[in-house]
Design a protein around this ligand. Structure first.
Ligand code: DGL
Length: 354
């Protein structure tokens, strides 16, 4: 078992040169920041479907992926040991700060973050907006615990290290490797509770592939990220509260009112269809917006674009349209935007650009 938040550094192997990703005589230096998740999960009894996330240390994860020493020189640090359902602002800020600190040194060529898959898409997008470097940052998880038959973690980690070590991954923003596929942080979405092929990018497609240590890139992100991002966590101790409210048949405005009463500075609507909701819910959102709470309309549908002023008059009600961002991604962007402004027009500009 591993102690939460305890920093542990394990310098593992000396570099061995092979053909491929590194310049002659040198391998890239990669730091693996571990946060827990199923990739570090252990079953109480082998073959048991139940398991505990974040049980294993970074050392054991690395030991389970033989051959990684031929891709890079690496060190591992334990940032947290949690199932990602418990991901929180404290770990986010610690992780982002440590990644920025490491990436600013010439000795570090790339970062891999091990993470549970439940909230991996949120952490990836948060890092995409606050990392200040063009160097590769790659998140990786697994769907099967490390002790399972056919555990998927070791090859996922191997491929993630290969991408982080690849200069071709520079400038693409934060990336995610899963089940041989490569995703842009803004586009990735978990879509299945247990399948290995859980991640997809419904609107823009996967960014590439990472296959047995070799990466292919199909397209480049065009929205702002990392070094082109205006967002910073320098001096930030707390992120504004933003709640997500879920629309459904016969919904009243109670959940919206509860969010306002709890002190939400922003509310994201997981709307039906094109970001719609019942009249009572829209009325409650309009009342919240009139009080200065920023309301962003997204959708529970899972793909597509929520555009302005289709069935809801955003101009009249002072709402923001999330465009391609699903509710959980819209929440991340809104929290960072609220550090700078509460103007719906300015926040719409942010959603247009990120
Ligand atoms: N609860 C999970 C988490 O850590 C397990 C799912 C996973 O990692 O695949 O996100």
């Amino acid at each position: 078992m591993y102690t939460t938040s305890r920093l542990k550094i394990a310098v593992l192997t000396l570099a061995v040169m092979t053909a491929g990703l590194a310049a002659a005589g040198e391998l890239p230096n990669i730091v693996i920041l571990a946060t827990g998740g199923t990739i570090a999960g252990a079953q109480p009894t082998e073959g048991d479907p139940g398991y505990k996330s974040g049980s294993l240390s970074i050392d054991s994860l690395i030991a389970a992926a033989p051959g990684m020493d031929k891709l890079a020189r690496f060190t591992g640090e334990q940032i947290a040991s949690i199932g990602s359902q418990d991901m929180n602002d404290e770990v986010w800020l610690k992780l982002a700060r440590r990644a920025n600190q490491l990436l600013a040194t010439p000795e570090v060529d790339g970062i891999v973050v091990t993470h549970g898959t439940d909230t991996l898409e949120e952490t990836a997008y948060f890092l995409n907006l606050v990392i200040r470097s063009d160097k590769p940052v790659v998140l990786v998880g697994s769907m099967r615990p490390a002790t399972s038959t056919s555990a998927d973690g070791p090859l996922n980690l191997y491929n993630a290290v290969a991408v982080a070590a690849d200069p071709g991954a520079s400038g693409l923003g934060v990336l995610v490797v899963s089940n041989d596929d490569l995703f842009a942080a803004r586009e990735i979405q978990k879509t299945n509770t247990t399948d290995l092929q859980t991640f997809i990018s419904p609107n823009r497609g996967q960014l590439g592939e990472a296959y047995y240590g070799k990466a292919w890139y199909f397209w480049r992100p065009t929205t702002r990220h990392t070094t082109a991002s205006e967002f910073s966590i320098d001096g930030v101790e707390a992120l504004p509260r933003v709640d997500i409210v879920y629309a459904h048949e016969n919904a009243d405005g109670m959940m919206v009112k509860a969010a306002v009463a709890a002190g939400a500075k922003g509310i994201v609507l997981a709307g039906v269809g094109d970001g719609n909701a019942t009249k009572p819910m829209v009325d409650a959102l309009a009342a919240a917006a009139a009080k200065g709470v920023v309301v962003v309309r997204s959708t529970r549908v899972g793909s597509g674009i929520v555009r302005r002023n289709i069935e809801v008059n955003d101009d009249a009600l002072g709402f923001v349209a999330s465009l391609e961002l699903n509710p959980q991604k819209a929440r991340v962007l809104l929290r960072l935007a609220l550090l700078k402004t509460q103007s719906p027009a300015e926040i719409q500009r942010v959603f247009n650009e990120y």
